[in-house]
Design a protein around this ligand. Structure first.
Ligand code: PAF
Length: 283
């Protein structure tokens, strides 16, 4: 497995691969890798000639500095896992390599309403930070295919918009890889490592709530169902930011369902100090 810390170095090697008509699959991550990330790597390997993973804890997407500070950093273990699972190259730059000093303020990305709904409403600036770092990474790696996890569905919609809005990213094909779950239904996430044993026991209730939405979904007014689901989580000791039933494509809240539009349920809730998110296609 090749290791790169410098943009110019990985770019040089990628140009050489592209001259040989190799298709580059790219999995951007912030490290603290788990089985969910490995399933992205596996999918990328199946669909590309050469798989690159980036590990970079991006400071600009953390609206809470404490969250950035506490973000788990496990580079040795990450590199070991990536090597074990056949990743071809890893890009793990320092902050100054991605954001060179003096390079000026980040551009503003037009993310439409995606920026202010759901996660956007609770994490101001988060998706601008994601769009900026992913854009910088795309300009470095020049991938043909990119792989993102469905657990961060809103992030996936942001990336789709980023690709569609920039002719330089025309050739990039977006792939959304299904969420990997623990046997009890808890969506795999780097944040799960911060849960206490007691919280780990409770955390699968988020998935149970999503299943409840799926079971109870019926045409008509959806507000009562969302309210009941939220109350259920609160009763179990969560502090929910939202339980929303949305149009799967636009992620706009669906007040009333016509029985046809594809819908997804999304949850964001605190369990103790840890904020968990998850989602499930309802129909
Ligand atoms: O999903 C993540 O880990 C991050 O948001 C990403 C896409 C690597 C950008 O920093």
């Amino acid at each position: 497995m090749r290791l790169y810390k410098k943009r110019n170095d990985i770019q040089g090697f990628i140009t050489h691969l592209q001259d040989k008509k190799q298709e580059i699959g790219f999995v951007p991550t912030m490290g603290a890798l788990h089985a969910g990330h490995i399933s992205l790597i596996r999918t990328a390997r199946q669909q590309s000639d050469f798989t690159v993973c980036s590990i970079f804890v991006n400071p600009t997407q953390f609206n809470d500095p404490k969250d950035l500070q506490k973000y788990p950093r496990t580079i040795e273990k990450d590199l070991y896992l990536l090597e074990q699972h056949g990743c071809d190259a890893v890009f793990y730059p320092e902050v100054a390599e991605v954001y060179p000093p003096g390079s000026g303020p980040a551009p503003h990305y037009d993310l439409g309403r995606l920026e202010s709904i759901l996660e956007g409403a609770y994490r101001p600036g988060h998706f601008q930070g994601v769009a900026d770092v992913v854009s910088r990474l795309f300009y470095t790696i020049h991938p043909d295919k990119v792989f993102f996890g469905q657990k961060d569905l809103q992030q996936c919609r942001v990336i789709e918009r980023l690709i569609a809005g920039n002719p330089d990213f025309d050739k990039i094909r977006m792939n959304i890889v299904p969420t990997l779950r623990e046997p009890d239904g808890l969506a795999m996430s780097s944040r799960n490592t911060r849960l206490s044993p007691e919280e780990l026991r409770k955390a699968p209730e988020i998935y149970q709530t999503l299943l409840y939405l799926k079971e109870q979904l019926a045409p008509g007014d959806l507000a009562p169902l969302q309210e009941t689901a939220k109350t259920r989580l609160t009763r179990e000791g969560f502090r929910p930011d939202y339980v929303s039933i949305v149009d799967t494509q636009t992620l706009e809240t669906c007040g009333s369902w016509n029985g046809h539009t594809p819908l997804t349920g999304l949850v964001a809730a605190y369990l103790g100090e840890v904020r968990l998110i998850d989602n499930l296609e309802l129909v």
